[in-house]
Structure formats: C-alpha cells, structure tokens
Design a protein. Structure first.
Length: 142
C-alpha cells in the first residue's frame, strides 16, 4: 500500500513564529500560526487538516459501505468539526464531530444511518483517532 507524506516548517517562537504546511506534490500549500490555531488568524491549522483527512476518509468509507450494500450513492457530503482543548496540563484533540448528508436512491434513513455509523467506526482515520470522542450526524437527502 501507499505511504503518503506531508511537510511542515515552523520558524520562530510558538507565539510569534509562523509556519507553512504542504502536501500533494505542491497542490496544497498554506501558512499557519499560533493565531490561526488558537485565535482568528489567517491560515490553516493542524485541526483543520485533521478534519479534512477525517471527513474525506469517512466519505469514501461510507460510499464503499453503501456500494457494497448494492446502493449507488450520488454523493456523500461530510464535514468534520475537530476540537482542541486544554487537557492534562497541555492540549489534546478531544473530539471530531462528523456531519454528513448524502443522496442515496433506493434506501431509507435507518439503513443509511446504519451504514454511516459503520463508516464512522471503521474508516482508517477514525481508527487512527482512537481515544478521541467521534460523533456523527447523518442525514439522508429526501
């Protein structure tokens, strides 16, 4: 299987410094800073990047589960809300709340939610986040 890489560079002190993160062969490159992580500064932060990974992994896992059940999803739209909070004298990522909506002809809400819960538990990023509270809101588009 593939091994992927991402790169980050930080210059300066924690509060006054700044950094850049890049991956995907240069297709993604963004600044980050103390303010973009803990305030309202411009740029990205590790929690957004983790959220992007979690949302995209979950969406693919749900699409797979639905397809394996004989369904043909038109789309799965997922957003991960990742929370960082003080914990044990430092900080920890404490929660990833997935919100998803999908258009899946030929299924009902209960079946859809069952597959969404399975995808939440079994996508590789959820497994990597073991120890983090992962919650889900799943809505089947009518």
């Amino acid at each position: 299987m593939a091994t992927r890489q991402a790169h980050a560079r930080w210059e300066g002190t924690l509060r006054e410094g700044k950094g850049t993160v890049d991956f995907a062969g240069g297709h993604f490159n963004a600044p980050y800073s103390f303010q973009s992580r803990f305030g309202e500064g411009a740029g990205t932060n590790p929690e957004e990047l983790l959220g992007a990974a979690h949302a995209s992994c979950f969406a693919m896992a749900l699409s797979l589960a639905l397809t394996e059940a004989g369904l043909k999803p038109r789309y799965v739209d997922a957003t991960a809300h990742v929370t960082i909070a003080p914990k044990d004298g430092g900080f920890a990522i404490t929660r990833s709340h997935l919100v998803c909506e999908a258009d899946v002809p030929g299924t009902d809400n209960a079946t859809f939610v069952k597959h969404a819960e399975s995808a939440k538990a079994n996508c590789p990023v959820s497994k990597a986040l073991a120890g983090t509270d992962i919650t889900l809101e799943a809505k089947l588009r009518a």
